[in-house]
Design a protein around this ligand. Structure first.
Ligand code: TXA
Ligand code: MG
Length: 346
């Protein structure tokens, strides 16, 4: 398949390009597009055939459901059964990096929802994503636009690496603002939700909009063999480079001293804080942002993991993120990339 790449430099002057992309979606084809979180691999969410193509292009197991993307929060009602809790979340956080799981309406085929009777709904704030959905006139089913098992793409080059020849079109909108996938919540009842995947909308922010927010155990720890995850995606080992990732925790000085030693004695890649680059001199060093700048770390993390994976490193070290604020999203992605391997240093 020939993949057309369209650069978006001035969205307001590119409606013809976006219309062509929308035509591809309506005709059952696949378009990768930027969002404020990560790039999505989009197809018509009401078309069973398009959903099958998405799973095939990504190499994704077909029991791992897709998120449907809508242009306006009110449109959710056409595809899912909404309630007041949804409306409150939508008012507070949409458009934006929040996905809400609701009971599915028949118009969304089971192939999109991995056989489930629920459907994940998200209204992205990225202007190109918004325009694409609007012009398509259908909801767009879109997982992250990476090959299954690779880190989510945060710029068009990542999508080009993974999906050239597998999709009809790639819209290049530059770097994603947030860099981690959306926060996913499941509505349990009136004023009650469960946080399934932390992201740009933090736990604290959710608590301001909804009375009871439960954090699913799978967010912070490995599930036991007999535990069933609330979200099928949580059972897959995601975001994992081929070299093992080890997370380091402990006093900053102790961690830095360990890294200084390790870089002398073995081929390690290091995802470090910017402040540490004066002491770490390896050519497999990937600064992810200042220690206190969680937003910068979120933006850089997946790019750094991809870069580290392309080195000849036998092991990848990174810091164990805090679990507060945006840190919880970083923590969740990192412990999975590391298959829960944490080394305590003192
Ligand atoms: O930011 C994002 O959410 C990006 C952009 C493209 O919007 N999309 C994304 O999609 O990250 P994906 O497919 O990589 O992750 C979606 C996650 C999966 O873990 C899936 O299992 C879960 O959402 N999910 C989708 N529908 C679900 C449902 N009905 N019930 C439970 N989990 C669901
Ligand atoms: Mg994904």
């Amino acid at each position: 398949m020939n993949t057309e790449i369209i650069k978006i430099t001035d969205l307001s002057a590119q409606d013809a390009d976006l219309s062509r992309a929308a035509d591809v979606i309506r005709a059952g084809g696949l378009v990768a597009f930027p969002t404020e979180t990560v790039y999505g691999l989009g197809g018509n969410a009401t078309d069973d055939g398009a959903a099958k193509k998405i799973y095939a292009a990504k190499g994704r197991p077909s029991d791992n459901p897709l998120i449907i993307h809508i242009a306006n929060p009110d449109d959710a009602d056409r595809y899912a059964v909404v309630n007041d809790t949804y409306r409150r979340l939508a008012k507070a956080f949409m458009p934006g990096p929040l996905t809400v799981i609701l009971p599915r309406r028949e118009i969304i085929p089971r192939s999109v929802t991995g056989g489930l009777d629920s459907v994940a709904v998200r209204c992205p704030s990225h202007p190109a994503a918004h325009r694409l959905i609007e012009l398509s006139g259908v909801p767009i089913a879109a997982p992250s636009a990476n090959l299954s098992g690779k880190p989510s793409p945060t710029c068009a080059e990542h999508v080009i690496q993974d999906l050239t020849g597998r999709v009809d079109m790639i819209l290049d909108g530059g770097d994603c603002e947030i860099g981690l996938e959306s926060t996913i919540v499941k509505v349990d009842g009136e004023d009650e939700i469960t946080l399934l995947r932390p992201g740009g909308i933090t736990y604290d922010a959710l608590c301001m909009a909804v009375g009871k927010v439960t954090i699913s155990p799978a967010v912070t720890r490995a599930l036991a063999e007999n535990e069933r995850p609330l979200s099928p995606g949580m059972k897959y080992r995601h975001y994992a480079p081929s070299a093992p990732v080890v997370l380091l925790s402990g006093a900053p000085e102790a961690v830095l001293a360990f890294l200084v030693d390790e870089q002398e004695s073995r081929r390690c890649a290091i995802l470090c804080y910017n402040e540490e680059t004066v002491r770490l001199k390896s050519n497999r060093l990937f600064p992810v942002g200042a220690r206190d700048d969680l937003a910068a770390q979120a933006q850089t993390l997946f790019r750094a993991l991809r870069s580290a994976d392309r080195t000849d490193a036998e092991i990848i070290y990174a810091h164990l993120p805090p679990q507060s604020g945006l840190g919880l999203a970083l923590y969740n992605r990192m412990i999975r990339a590391a298959a829960h391997t944490v080394r305590e240093l003192s």
